[in-house]
Design a protein around this ligand. Sequence first.
Ligand SMILES: Cc1cc2nc3c(=O)[nH]c(=O)nc-3n(C[C@H](O)[C@H](O)[C@H](O)COP(=O)(O)OP(=O)(O)OC[C@H]3O[C@@H](n4cnc5c(N)ncnc54)[C@H](O)[C@@H]3O)c2cc1C
Length: 459
Amino acid sequence: MTFTDLGDRLTGSLTTDPDILATYSCDQSLYSPAGTPVALVRAKTVDDVVATMRYAHDHRIPVVPQGARSGISGAANAVDGAILLSVRGMDRILDVDEANMTVTVEPGIINQELKDALRPKKLAYPPDPGSVAMCSIGGNIATNAGGMCCVKYGVTREYVRELKVVLADGTLTRLGHRTVKGVAGLDLAGLFTGSEGTLGVIVEATLKLVPLGPDPLTALATFPSVTAAMRAVAAYMATGASPSLLEMMDATTIGMINQIGDFGLDENVGAVLIMQSDATTAAADTEAFAAVAQDNGATDVAFADNATDSELLVAARRSAQPAWEHYAQGHGGGQLLDDVCIPRSTMAEFCDRIEGISAETGAMVAVIAHAGDGNMHPSVFFDSSDEASVARAQDAFDRIMALGLELGGTITGEHGVGNLKSAWLAKELDEGNRRLHREIKNAVDPDGILNPGKMLADL
Ligand SMILES: Cc1cc2nc3c(=O)[nH]c(=O)nc-3n(C[C@H](O)[C@H](O)[C@H](O)COP(=O)(O)OP(=O)(O)OC[C@H]3O[C@@H](n4cnc5c(N)ncnc54)[C@H](O)[C@@H]3O)c2cc1C
């Protein structure tokens, strides 16, 4: 069978047009390598995915599964000679089971579109990456995506009940259970969640839902330094608080956000914390947060007393990554985004030492954090046309991951490994764990055709 034969069998489409292939070759990461693919399949049905995987298996052609390509670790980037397999066009909601509070979807549906469809039924699918308006549910599952509400509602894995996946040889199989409980067999749905397209292609997912909560109340605390803000977070979370959002932005980031929109943020501060509670005790929760913030050096605490002002603050936080990209594009184009997750008690030390790393390497670093989770996003900026600037940035990026590991954390809390951090995954895992990873990959994908050169490449 040739490419043309494969194309003829698809409900979707197959193209080898170099311009279209170039468009589909990269995700949103600004500095991760991408190879040259040989074809793009835009699947419309499960049969399209099965046919593509069978063809790739028979011809030993690498396949890169793609959702919406909003990733920021190069995980969906092309590799040389690969078929790009986009499932973005498989975007239907197949079933909303209100009695059992689940939804079954195709993988290409955009996260926000799912949320919008569930809202009239007073149901919610909580995981909310900053990219909520542009990322797909299949991509969220493949990266075990997080977001701002994880501090209360947890990450994607906690919502995955059952997956339908197409394996490397084209076999279609069902993993997990639709039921609330289910311990029959190994937790393979859990294994595939976060596997970044290296084990199979997700073609359907049944997800847990929760009742839609009330609009949250919001507080904004201003601090003289990032370190003070981080101390306040550690103290607040140690009270056993359960905010539905607790985010930090440093002054550098606020300045960049103010360049792209008017969110009413004062950049003449050290850092801000945005806290929300959607509990029935929300008013008391925001007051309790304010008290802890003031005890830990907050110079001001303001309350958003309506949904519009609350939404504006969260929109400002969602604008951080676009604002960074906007800044990078005007200053040499380079940005390397770290994603270390550390114990919350170490966040103040982490931020102090980031300042040291920035001073020692000469690389500019801005920091935001899903602070309630200890998930830190230091962003390193550089001039990608200047070798010395690139080297300084890479040094700072690496030192930040080393610092995260030293403090008892992990190199990635939610963005995934991709090709940006595959060498660091090898450093984080011990030899026993590396061997397990290798053996699982070999068992599931013996020819190594699924997303090679990514997450598992350096193990
Ligand atoms: C502005 C911005 C903000 C962001 N904020 C967050 C955040 O707060 N939290 C967070 O976790 N991430 C965040 N991200 C990163 C990104 O949006 C997530 O990683 C998201 O889950 C990727 O989904 P996607 O559909 O775009 O997947 P893609 O980028 O297309 O793919 C990501 C990985 O999943 C694999 N994959 C995709 N679909 C499938 C499938 N159906 N079957 C098997 N494998 C598949 C790909 O091979 C690749 O390895 C942000 C990105 C941007 C640009």
